[in-house]
Structures are given as C-alpha cells and as structure tokens.
Design a protein around this ligand. Structure first.
Ligand SMILES: Nc1nc2c(ncn2[C@@H]2O[C@H](COP(=O)(O)OP(=O)(O)OP(=O)(O)O)[C@@H](O)[C@H]2O)c(=O)[nH]1
Length: 442
C-alpha cells in the first residue's frame, strides 16, 4: 500500500509547462510589432492633437471626497468641533405653579457657532504619515494573522486526522482531500502527501510533525517562484503593465508599489489606463497624490493605448525610473479586453520595443481556484511574467498560491495582506509556508 502512495498520484502537472511555453510564445508572437497591420488606430505621438491632452498630475482638486472604494487606511479623523447638545434631563415632577411651564430651554439647535472651515480631509501627500512600516517580526505576525483563516482550516483538519493515529492509507487520503479543499490543488496535494508517506508511513505522527513536514514541502514548491520585483536601472523607464480582473487589486497594488519605489528613491509615474471607469481613474489619481507621483490620465472612454503611449513618451522625456500602467479588467468582454491589452503592448513597443518590461497580473486570493483560469486567460492575452496575490489577509483560500506556483511557475513578486499602503510585501516562501500551516517564524 505504500506503493499506492508513491505510484498513485504522480504530480501530473508537467503539461502546463509545455502549455505555458506554448502560450508564452503565442503571447510573445502577438506582441511582436513587426507585421502588425493594425496601427491605423494607433495614437500617433500627439503632434497635432491638442484636444484631449492627457491631464497630468498633481491633481489638486482630488483631495476632498475620496470615492467610497478608496482604500485609505485609517486616518486620524479630523476633529470637527461639534456643538455639544445639553443633556436632555426629564423635567422634574411638575411643581406648582403648573401654569407657566417654561419649557426647559429646548436644546436649541445651537446657533451653529461658525465652525472653522472643516479641516479638509488631509490631502495626505506624505505616505510615511499614514502608518508605520511594519518590522520584520510585525510583518510575520501580520502574514500569519492574515492567513489565519486559511491556516485554521488546515490545522484543524490536520489535528482531527492525526490525533493519536498512524500514518496509514486512510489518513493520507483524508489529508490529501483536506489539502485539496484548502485550494492547494490536486497535484500539489498528491505531491505533498506522497512526501509525507515516504518518510513517515506506518508511524504514529503528531499533528505538529505533519504541519512541519507540510510547511517544508510547501516552501520547496513555492521557493522557485518567490522572486522580488527587480527594476532594471538601465531602463528609463522600467515599464510595468498591471493587468487583472476588476476588483483584484490592480490600482491598490500600483499605489503600494509606487510608494515602495519612491521610498527607494526612484521617480515614478502612473498611467490611468483603465479609461473605461471614471472611478478607476480617480482612484489612481488619489494614489498618485498620496505617493507624490504624477498621474497621466484622460477622460473616461479615451483610448487606453493612446494614453499609455503618451505616458511612456512623457516618462521617457522626463527620465522617469518607473512607469506603472493601470488597465481595465472587464472579463465580461473578453475579446474587447484582449484587443485593448494587446494594443497597449503594441503601441508602447513603438517607443520602446522591449516594453513592457514587467507584465504583472494581480490575483485575488479569495477567489481560490478561479485564479487559475485568470492566469490562463491573461497569459494568453499578454505575456504575464509576474504575479501578485492580493487579499491574502482574510482569505480562507490562501493555499491557492501553492497550486499556482506548482502549475504555472510564474514568479510571485509580492503579496497583498491589507488595504494599507504598507500592506504589500515581497513574497517570502518560508514565511508563507509556515504561516499557512499556523507555525511560528522559528
Ligand atoms: N483586504 C485587502 N483588500 C485589498 C487588497 N488589495 C486591494 N484590496 C481592496 O480591494 C478592492 C479592489 O481593489 P482595486 O485596487 O480597486 O482593484 P482593481 O483591480 O483596480 O479594480 P477596478 O478598479 O475595479 O479595476 C479595494 O477595496 C481595495 O482596497 C489586499 O491585499 N487586502
């Protein structure tokens, strides 16, 4: 029966590699500029097109009224002096004379003392003032806490399977199922349990041992993809195209990355390439303000590729270090989206044939296995060469990162564990694996 474990489920996911290679070449082909018949719609360098000039940042009028979706972390709430209403005391038992009951001075709607003009929600240009950057220890704690829903599902399951029990076929089967339901995917689940069987089969194992072994296995699987996003200093700018389904965290991630690059002393420019939704544009503008980065934007409905072209042209002219381009993510209109993304790529290649230098796909970790199809779809549209898993905080499906790593082998540059500007961190394989299994850092 041991052999059942070794032979039964060889991780059968070699196919994706070929598929990945195939698709990659497709994507690359599609982005090769040479015999492209299309550029008739390509926005030409806006020589004589003064009309919808991309408006540029800073955008002073944005400071007030952030849209509801604004991911601003808790700010000290401006204290507006509110006129204190006198406590309404029940009038004491009526005493004579009953007649001229002078009604207790009604809590007058106070003559509103002229309030000093409400302190406008601070324009928050200084990111550092928002929250303190977490220490390494604080970061691990945050990651562990963020992954607690994912890990408690796993650790509760492991405890119930392995309390005073030998590692037999049945236990392995249950473990494998548990790992699958925790989104690690069938191939990863089989691989990890087979490894456990190889070393411990027939022995009594404690839940702690199982967790430690699984953490080590998970770490082995995700280590090859844990690659920080490194900017090429020779590029002016290093162009990062950010793609992903709506709501997966593109704009927020751009804001967080912009902060990080700025903190490293880089000059950063943002391009509001999701021209479809006005809210997306204003959200990016807010991030631009918060991080002190200029934002190239146009009116809703403008041509996204034209905007990207203008942004790159300007970034080059200004010698900017990094250009982050936001994009739309309307999967409902897949063909239209594919066209739009490919066109952005083609058009920016006219200015720099090596751009985009990084095509980042944001994936919402709460969507579990759905993330797999998103990788496939976007990889086929554009040559995705980096992933960012967002919303790992509060997701019960953080295990999906492991199956993504195993299947696609695309670098995971960073993970998002909150809406705050500091809540994006380089992906640390070991810290992630331990947190996922509910273990402590050391
Ligand atoms: N908890 C949590 N929320 C996040 C994280 N990243 C983004 N969000 C939130 O997810 C929501 C969607 O994020 P956006 O950045 O607007 O996503 P988008 O992909 O740009 O979406 P569209 O603008 O609709 O295209 C916002 O409320 C963000 O604050 C994360 O790591 N953790």
């Amino acid at each position: 029966m041991i052999f059942r474990w070794f032979g039964r489920k060889k991780p059968e996911e070699t196919a994706p590699k070929d598929e990945a290679a195939k698709n990659e070449s497709v994507a690359l082909e599609s982005s090769t500029p040479a015999p492209e018949p299309e550029p008739e719609k390509t926005p030409e360098p806006p020589a004589a097109a003064p009309a919808p000039r991309p408006e540029t940042e800073p955008v002073p009028e944005l400071a007030p009224a952030p849209p509801a979706a604004e991911p601003r972390p808790a700010q000290p709430v401006p204290v507006v002096p509110i006129p204190v209403t006198p406590p309404v005391t029940a009038p004491a038992a009526p005493v004579e004379p009953p007649a001229p009951v002078t009604p207790a001075p009604a809590p007058e709607p106070d003559p509103v003392p002229e309030l000093p003009p409400a302190p406008a929600p601070t324009p928050t240009p200084v990111v550092a003032a928002e929250e303190a950057p977490p220490t390494k220890k604080g970061w691990f704690a945050k990651l562990k806490e963020g992954l607690s829903k994912s890990s408690s599902k796993l650790t509760d399951g492991i405890t119930s399977i392995f309390t005073k029990r030998k590692l037999d076929d049945e236990a392995l089967e249950e473990l494998e199922e548990l790992l699958i339901t925790a989104d690690l995917g069938p191939a990863t689940a089989a691989k990890v349990t087979a490894e456990l069987a190889r070393t411990r089969f027939g022995k009594e194992v404690s839940p702690e041992e199982v967790k430690t072994t699984l953490a080590a296995e998970v770490s082995k699987i995700v280590t090859p993809v844990a690659k920080p996003l490194v900017l090429d200093p020779a590029l002016k700018p290093h162009v990062i195209l950010v793609v992903g389904v709506n709501g997966t965290g593109k704009t927020t991630t751009i804001g967080k990355l912009a902060r990080q690059f700025k903190a490293e002393g880089k000059s950063v420019m943002l391009a509001a390439g999701d021209t479809f939704r006005a809210a997306a544009v204003s959200q990016l503008k807010i991030w631009g303000e918060r991080t002190g980065c200029p934002v190239v934007a146009r009116d809703t409905g403008a041509d996204a590729a034209g905007l990207a072209y203008d942004a790159l042209e300007r970034a080059k002219a200004e010698g900017v270090d990094v250009l982050l381009i936001d994009t739309a993510g309307r999967l409902q209109n897949k063909t239209g989206l594919m066209e739009e993304l490919r066109k952005i790529v083609r058009v920016i290649k006219k200015l720099d044939e090596t751009a985009p230098h990084t095509t980042l796909l944001t994936l919402d970790a709460t969507t579990g296995q759905n993330a797999h199809s998103q990788v496939e779809i976007f990889r086929d549209m554009v040559n995705v060469n980096g992933l960012i898993l967002t919303k790992l905080d509060g997701s019960a499906r953080g295990g999906v990162l492991v199956s993504l790593a195993e299947k696609f082998k695309i670098p995971v540059h960073a993970i998002g564990v909150g809406e705050g500007v500091y809540d994006l961190r380089p992906f640390d394989a070991d810290a992630f694996a331990k947190s996922l299994m509910g273990l402590s850092a050391d």
